[in-house]
Design a protein around this ligand. Structure first.
Ligand SMILES: *Cc1c(COP(=O)(O)O)cnc(C)c1O
Length: 391
């Protein structure tokens, strides 16, 4: 914000203006989309000293600065990097903060590609990887080794939506000098301000709610003042910068993220509550429901819930899951989420080492889009009837 005299209180006010500096660009409301590799210097001395704000395209442009400033404002972070995907937003800080011989603790309920990266590249680089129960809380202290450098969290859990006690985990990690990273994609900084709960480095797949339209891949990583120099150094060293058009689209998506999220939240909660009473449904895994085992923890730390949760069918296997999915007409069958449209996917916990369940039947993850609730319920009802007839 170019002007902030204390009048900016609400998050939607922030979202409408964060990162924009119209009077820096001739009054145009939005920042320019700067396509850049080379940046010219006025003379040899300035070039030799790199003594100007922008020096090369990989190191940032007015477009990336606008997005990073907006995310800093929302996260309360010291600095943010914009990278080409949510997965890059996971791998870049891990490469930046870990060295051969170090140990990392990762929640067992982590987004699967994060686990894959840890089990392949991190292990090949000589980093020890262990997985912990998402409900570990302060018990993480017993798993920390002298060489533990990073505790990686993701809350709620990917696909199964357990809530982690982030303040307790952060306290234990900081006591031995380890840093805490969090994949905060589900809540966005609107519903969970990770740095306020002890997280040092917060990660977003901006592909999801920030971009919001299923057409852009993007990631952001933000750090507190202590971790920012190392994160920034990793970003510059790896050369993993985001393209200007994608960055612009994420900034555009941010302007409406507050109103979109409020709609996703309301519809998802309504449908989740309704699903609890539907035939063929064993459980609904949504931390915003009073029936969720971690609901108290959720209420303590989170400001709201987003549009994605899972439902456990009562009994049966793949045949039943496929009967449900194949009957849906409005819900698309596809990966990712955070866009305007509803999606469904049969998820697996087969990769888990600790947090395996038991689950009574197939787990179906639903992303509730911006469509009308009555239509979505009708679609799900048809799916459940087909699933119940299948086995
Ligand atoms: C989607 C997702 C990612 C990866 O984002 P991409 O942009 O698809 O690479 C990372 N973490 C979580 C929790 C996600 O849901």
């Amino acid at each position: 914000m170019s002007r902030d005299n204390g009048r900016i209180k609400g998050v939607n006010t922030r979202l409408a203006h964060a990162g924009n500096d119209p009077h820096g660009f001739h009054g145009f409301v939005n920042p320019p989309v700067v396509h850049a590799s080379t940046v010219l210097f006025p003379n040899a001395a300035t070039m030799a000293a790199r003594d100007q704000k922008y020096t090369y395209g990989t190191r940032g442009t007015p477009t990336t600065d606008a997005l990073c400033a907006a995310i800093d404002e929302l996260e309360g972070s010291a600095g943010t990097i914009a990278v080409p995907s949510g997965l890059a937003a996971v791998t870049i800080p891990l490469l930046g903060f870990l060295s051969s011989g170090d140990h990392i603790l990762i929640t067992d309920s982590v987004y699967y590609p994060t686990r894959h990266f840890a089990d392949t590249m991190l292990k090949r680089l000589g980093i020890e990887v262990d997985y912990y129960d998402p409900h570990v809380g302060a018990g993480i202290a017993a798993l920390i080794k002298p060489n533990t450098k990073v505790v990686f969290t993701e809350s709620p859990a990917s696909n199964t939506f357990e809530i982690q006690d982030i303040p307790a985990i952060s306290k234990a990690a900081h006591a031995v000098g380890a840093i805490v990273m969090m994949d905060n994609t589900w809540a966005t900084p609107l519903y969970f301000k990770a740095l306020d709960f002890g997280v040092d480095v917060t990660i977003h797949a901006a592909t999801k709610y920030p971009a919001g339209h299923s057409d852009v891949l993007s990631g952001t990583v933000s750090a507190n003042a202590e971790c920012w120099p190392r994160l920034s150094e990793a970003f510059v060293t790896l050369g993993c910068c985001a393209g200007p058009d994608d960055v612009y689209q994420v900034l555009r998506g941010l302007r409406t993220m507050g109103v979109r999220l409020a709609h996703h939240e309301k519809s998802a909660l309504d449908i989740a509550r309704w699903l609890e009473g539907q035939p063929g449904v064993s459980r609904v895994l949504h931390p915003g429901l009073e029936s969720h085992p971690d609901h108290k923890l959720f209420k303590r730390d989170f400001g709201g819930s987003s549009g994605i949760f899972s439902v456990v069918l009562s009994g049966g296997g793949q045949k039943k899951a496929h009967a449900f999915l194949d009957t849906l007409e409005i819900f698309g069958l596809g990966y990712s989420w955070g866009g305007f449209e509803s999606l469904a996917v049969h998820v697996s916990v087969a990769d888990r080492k600790v947090a395996k369940g038991p689950y009574e039947g197939p787990i179906i993850r639903l992303q509730i889009g911006l469509e009308d609730i009555a239509d979505l319920k009708q679609d799900i009802s048809a799916g459940l009837s087909a699933a119940n007839a299948a086995e």
